[in-house]
Design a protein around this ligand. Structure first.
Ligand code: ADP
Ligand code: ZN
Length: 657
C-alpha cells in the first residue's frame, strides 16, 4: 500500500447536514453521429407527409370541375323533362342537360348534385321521365386511397419507432441506427507525444514498442511475428491511461478512435454488439489506427456473474461476446491496435486476457516522488514560476497524487497566484493548492460557537500529539480550526517524509491510535464525546478490519484471507467478505475490536501523559486558528511517551530506521 497524506479532520454532525450533489458533466465523449442516422428519421417523415398530401391532392386533379346545383333543381329539371342522362351514386349525382346555343346547335351541359337522403322514389321518377340512368363507374382514384390506407399506418409506426430509436442513440443493426459513437480523430490530431506523459516510465517503455509496430510493421511481419492486437492499461483513475493511448497515436501518426465501455451498453439488447461491429468496421477501414476503449470493465465484467435469478445481463454479455469475436476475427497484421483501460482488472472476464486479445497488460501506476516531479515539470511548462518554487519539494509533499491531481494542482496554484495579482506562481500558492486538493476549500463562513470551537481545537491537538509520537506516519505539518471542504470543521495534516510502500503491523496500530487521538482528547478534556469523530472512527475501523481480514495480522486467525478480491486501483475500500462460519465471523469482530480498543487505550494514555501540552497547544490554536511550521514542530517535540509505551515505540522506531 502507498502512503498518502494523512488528513485527520473533525467532521461536522452528519445527521443534520443534507447535501445535494449535483452531478457535473464529466468529459464524456461526445459522439459525432454519422449523418446517415439522423437522416433516417427526417427523410422518412418528409416521405410520409408527401404521401398524405398526395392522398388529398391527387383526386381533385382528376375529372373536370362540374357546376354543383341543389338537389331540388335536379328534381325540377327531371320533372321538366330536361334531363337526358344521369349517373346516380350514393353521394353524388351527375346529370346531363341538353340545351341549345343561340345558333341552334345542341349542347350538353353536365351538372352534379348531392342527394338529400336515400330517395327511394328517384328511380321511379327517372323512369317516368325516360331519363337514361345508371350507377357511376367505380372511382378511378380509389386505388391510391386503398393503397395509402394499407401502407400509411405501418409507415407511421415505423417512422415513430425510428425517431424514438434515434433519440436513444441506437437501434438494430438492420436499420443502421447502431453506428458506434466512437470519436474519430484525424491523423496525428491527438497532438499528444510521449514527452507529455511523465512519471510512468515503465509503461511508456512497453508502449513505445507499439509505436514501432505501427511505424515499421514490415520489420516485424517479415519475420512472421504477429503484432499484438490488444493492450490493457491498468491503473488508478487519473494516472494517464488515456493520455498514454493518445500519445501512442500521436507518436505513430495514426488515427485515434476512442469510446468508453459504458457507451456500448444501451437500453436495447443487441445495440452494443452492433456498435462493436461497426467500430471495428470503421477501424479496419482506417488501419493502421488505435482504438481506445476506456472503462473496459463496464462491458467486460465476468459473464454469468448476475446469477440465474437476474437472468444475466444480456446486453452486456452480447456486447462482450461481440468484442471477443471481433478481436479474434481480424488479422493481427492489419494494424488495428485496441488499447483498453480499466481500474478494476479483477472484474474483467478472463476470456478478454487470452492470447490474441488483451494479452498485454501494462500497469500505469501512481507516480513515485521522482515521477511526480517529472509530471509537475510537464505541466509547469506553460506556467510562470517564481524563483522560490521547488518542484522537488512539491513532489515530496504530494504522496499519493496521480498525474491528474498534479495537473490540477499546477492549475490551482496558477489560479491562486492570478487572484493575488502576482507576477509569477509562488511556492505559497502551491502549498495552498495542495491543501485545497487534500482538504477542500476554506469555509470561513461556517461559524462555530465557542464550545464547538473548543471541542475542535482539543480534538485536532489530540491527533497532532499522538501523530507526532507515532513512528512512520511522518511529520505533523499543520493544525487548523478553520473549516474546510465538505464538512471538515478542523484538520491536522501529517506529511510523510518519503514514499512508503509497506506498513508494518505496529505502524497500523499507531495509525489507528492517531486516528482515535481526536476523540480521546475530547474524552479526557470534556468527559464526553461529540459526533465529530465519526469519520476518524470509520477510518480506524476500516484499518483494523483490513489488518485482520486482509493482512493476516491477527494471531488467533492467522494468515487467512477473509476478503475475496483486492481492488487495488480503486480508492474506495469495499471488498466482499468470503463466506465464513458464524464462529469465525465472531472471532473477526472480536479481533477487530481488540485492535481498536488497544489503540484507543494507547491514545488515552499518551494524552494523559501530555495533558499540559494538550491544554497549552489547544489554547494557542484557539487564539491563532492555525499552527504550522517550526513553531508547531518545536512544541510537539515536547510530547513524551508514557513509560508503558516507551519500550514499544523504541522497538518500532528501530525497525523502521
Ligand atoms: P486516466 O485515463 O488514467 O484516468 P487521464 O489520461 O485521463 O487519466 O489523465 C487526465 C489528465 O491528467 C491528463 O490529461 C493529463 O493532463 C494529466 N496526467 C495524468 N497522468 C499524467 C502523466 N503521467 N503525465 C502527465 N500528465 C498526466
Ligand atoms: Zn479527527
Amino acid at each position: 500500500m502507498v502512503y498518502t497524506i494523512v488528513l485527520l479532520g473533525i467532521k461536522e454532525n452528519k445527521f443534520k447536514v443534507e447535501r445535494i450533489i449535483m452531478p457535473v458533466e464529466t468529459n464524456k465523449k461526445r459522439p459525432i453521429k454519422p449523418p446517415r442516422i439522423r437522416q433516417f428519421g427526417g427523410s422518412f417523415l418528409i416521405l410520409l407527409t408527401l404521401l398524405l398530401l398526395l392522398n388529398f391532392i391527387v383526386p381533385s386533379f382528376f375529372g373536370p370541375r362540374l357546376p354543383q346545383v341543389p338537389y331540388s333543381d335536379f328534381i325540377a329539371a327531371v320533372e321538366a323533362g330536361k334531363v337526358e342522362r344521369a349517373l346516380v351514386g350514393s353521394d353524388r349525382i351527375e346529370y346531363v342537360i341538353t340545351t341549345q346555343t343561340p345558333d341552334g346547335k345542341p349542347v350538353e351541359q353536365v351538372f352534379t348534385t348531392t342527394p338529400v337522403a336515400i330517395d327511394l322514389d328517384l328511380p321511379k321518377i327517372l323512369r317516368d321521365r325516360n331519363v337514361k340512368f345508371g350507377a357511376p363507374p367505380p372511382n378511378q382514384n380509389g386505388w391510391i386511397g386503398t393503397l395509402l390506407s394499407w401502407v400509411v399506418p405501418p409507415l407511421i409506426f415505423f417512422g415513430i419507432w425510428g425517431v424514438l430509436l434515434n433519440r436513444q442513440g441506437g437501434g438494430p443493426a438492420a436499420l443502421t441506427v447502431g453506428k458506434s459513437k466512437a470519436r474519430i480523430y484525424s491523423e496525428g490530431s491527438t497532438g499528444v507525444k510521449f514527452i507529455d506523459v511523465a512519471g510512468v516510465d515503465e509503461a511508456k517503455a512497453e508502449l513505445e514498442e507499439i509505436v514501432d509496430f505501427l511505424k515499421n510493421a514490415e520489420k516485424y511481419t517479415r519475420l512472421g511475428a504477429k503484432i499484438p492486437k490488444g493492450v490493457l492499461l491498468v491503473g488508478s483513475p487519473g494516472t494517464g491511461k488515456t493520455l498514454l493511448a493518445k500519445a501512442i497515436a500521436g507518436e505513430s501518426g495514426v488515427p485515434f478512435f476512442s469510446i468508453s465501455g459504458s457507451e456500448f451498453i444501451e437500453l436495447f439488447v443487441g445495440v452494443g454488439a452492433a456498435r462493436v461491429r461497426d467500430l471495428f468496421d470503421q477501424a479496419k477501414q482506417q488501419a493502421p489506427c488505435i482504438v481506445f476503449i476506456d472503462e473496459l470493465d463496464a462491458l467486460g465484467k465476468s459473464r454469468g456473474g448476475a446469477g440465474p435469478m437476474m437472468g444475466g445481463n444480456d446486453e452486456r454479455e452480447q456486447t462482450l461476446n461481440q468484442l471477443l469475436t471481433e478481436m479474434d476475427g481480424f488479422d493481427a497484421n492489419t494494424g488495428v491496435i485496441i488499447i483498453a483501460a480499466t481500474n478494476r482488472p479483477e472484474v474483467l472476464d478472463p476470456a478478454l486476457r487470452r492470447p490474441g486479445r488483451f494479452d498485454r497488460q501494462v500497469v500505469v501506476d501512481r507516480p513515485d516522488k521522482i515521477g511526480r516531479e517529472a509530471i509537475l515539470k510537464v505541466h509547469a511548462r506553460n506556467v510562470k514560476l517564481a524563483d522560490d518554487v521547488n518542484l522537488g519539494t512539491i513532489a515530496t509533499r504530494t504522496p499519493g497524487f496521480a498525474g491528474a491531481d498534479l495537473a490540477n494542482l499546477v492549475n490551482e496554484a496558477a489560479l491562486l497566484a492570478a487572484r493575488q495579482n502576482r507576477q509569477a506562481v509562488m511556492m505559497a500558492d502551491f502549498n495552498e493548492g495542495i491543501e485545497r486538493l487534500v482538504a477542500g476549500l476554506e469555509k470561513r463562513s461556517r461559524v462555530l460557537n465557542e464550545t464547538e470551537k473548543k471541542t475542535v481545537a482539543y480534538h485536532e491537538v489530540g491527533h497532532a500529539i499522538i501523530g507526532a509520537l507515532m513512528p512512520g506516519a511522518g511529520k505533523v505539518e499543520k493544525i487548523s480550526v478553520v473549516p474546510r471542504g465538505v464538512g471538515a470543521l478542523g484538520y491536522t495534516i501529517q506529511m510523510p517524509e518519503e514514499d512508503r510502500f509497506l506498513m508494518i503491523e505496529d505502524e497500523i496500530r499507531g495509525r489507528i491510535a492517531t486516528l482515535l487521538g481526536g476523540r480521546s482528547a475530547e474524552e479526557i478534556v470534556f468527559g464526553k464525546v461529540s459526533t465529530g469523530a465519526s469519520d476518524d472512527i470509520q477510518k480506524a475501523t476500516d484499518l483494523a478490519e483490513r489488518a485482520v481480514t486482509l493482512y493476516g495480522m491477527s494471531d488467533e486467525l492467522g494468515p487467512v484471507a477473509f476478503e475475496k478480491t483486492q481492488q487495488e486501483f480503486l480508492d474506495v475500500y469495499s471488498n466482499p467478505r468470503r463466506s465464513v462460519s458464524p464462529k469465525v465471523a465472531e472471532v473477526i469482530d472480536r479481533e477487530m475490536k481488540q485492535i481498536v480498543d488497544n489503540a484507543h487505550h494507547i491514545a488515552l494514555s499518551i494524552l494523559h501523559e501530555n495533558r499540559d501540552l494538550l491544554e497549552e497547544t489547544a489554547h494557542e490554536l484557539l487564539q491563532k486558528e492555525v499552527l504550522e511550521g517550526t513553531q508547531l514542530r518545536e512544541s510537539l517535540k515536547q510530547a513524551k511517551a508514557p513509560a508503558e509505551l516507551d519500550e514499544w515505540l523504541r522497538t518500532i522506531r528501530d525497525r523502521l530506521s
